[in-house]
Design a protein around this ligand. Structure first.
Ligand code: PGA
Length: 253
């Protein structure tokens, strides 16, 4: 089977004003102008989406949002719909990031609604899963991943085999400087891929890209990317500086 096309995705979280986002996007666009071997996504804050779209449209950088609401519109103060994201220029949306699960009450059920809404609107969801340190230590990693995948993709129908991107992000590795070893990442990714095969069949399991996230940096990206089931990275801290992030995009050099 041909290797899946890598995706290097930057999650800017709650960093950068509109001006700073535009400036970073401009720098990144120049730095990655020649990249051919990977897809690139950046996810600025909501307020920066449209201005950044003005910079990256027509380039190799795809725009992503960090969250969405599943309703089309309505009296939901503070929320953003898929159509609004599409009209701001988004192609991707991060769903179920552990910070949203931990601090904003995101559940597997809301994640499921969001994934289905995103795909219906033509967005590619980056569906985040991962165990906490306590869960890993008590040997629950696979059962946690199993439940997150089953519930997050409940009643989901893949129109296209690669219609969702999964991001495996062990919570203990996010923003901590503790990266999973590449063997730990591969073991989790292989588990997720075999579960996708059980639930959705081999064409889906072969096509879905599974990103690793959690303290990915220029000095560990290549080793992670060499693993057969690691198809890219979801990057927080190291995505904020365009120079550093561009090194991740050129992980093979
Ligand atoms: P990090 O964040 O790269 O800063 O660990 C990853 C993420 O939260 O997606």
């Amino acid at each position: 089977m041909a290797k899946r096309r890598p995706l290097i995705a930057g999650n800017w979280k709650m960093f950068k004003t509109c001006e700073e986002s535009v400036e970073s996007a401009q720098k990144l666009k120049t730095l990655v102008a020649d990249v051919d071997a990977a897809d690139i996504m950046i996810a600025p804050t909501f307020t920066s989406l449209f201005p950044v779209h003005g910079v990256v449209k027509g380039s190799r950088i795809g725009l992503g949002a960090q969250n969405l609401h599943w309703q089309k519109e309505g009296a939901f103060t503070g929320e953003i719909s898929c159509d609004m994201l599409v009209s701001a220029g988004c192609r991707y949306v991060i769903v179920g990031h552990s910070e949203r699960r931990q601090f904003f009450g995101e559940t597997d059920e809301s994640v499921n609604r969001k994934i289905r809404a995103a795909v219906s609107a033509g967005l590619l969801p980056v569906f985040c899963i991962g165990e906490t340190e306590a869960q890993r230590e008590s040997g629950e990693t696979f059962s946690v991943l199993d439940k997150q995948v089953r519930d997050g993709l409940k009643d989901f129908v893949f129109d296209a085999p690669a219609g969702v991107v999964v991001a495996y992000e062990p919570v203990w590795a996010i923003g901590t400087g503790k990266t999973a070893t590449r063997e730990q990442a591969q073991e989790a990714h292989a588990y997720i891929r075999s579960l996708l095969e059980t639930l959705f069949g081999k064409p889906v399991a072969d096509a879905v890209r599974i990103l690793y996230g959690g303290s990915v940096k220029p000095d560990n990206v290549k080793a992670l990317m060499e693993m057969p089931d690691v198809d890219g990275a979801l990057v927080g801290g190291a995505s904020l500086d365009p120079e550093t992030f561009s090194k991740l995009v050129f992980f093979n050099d």
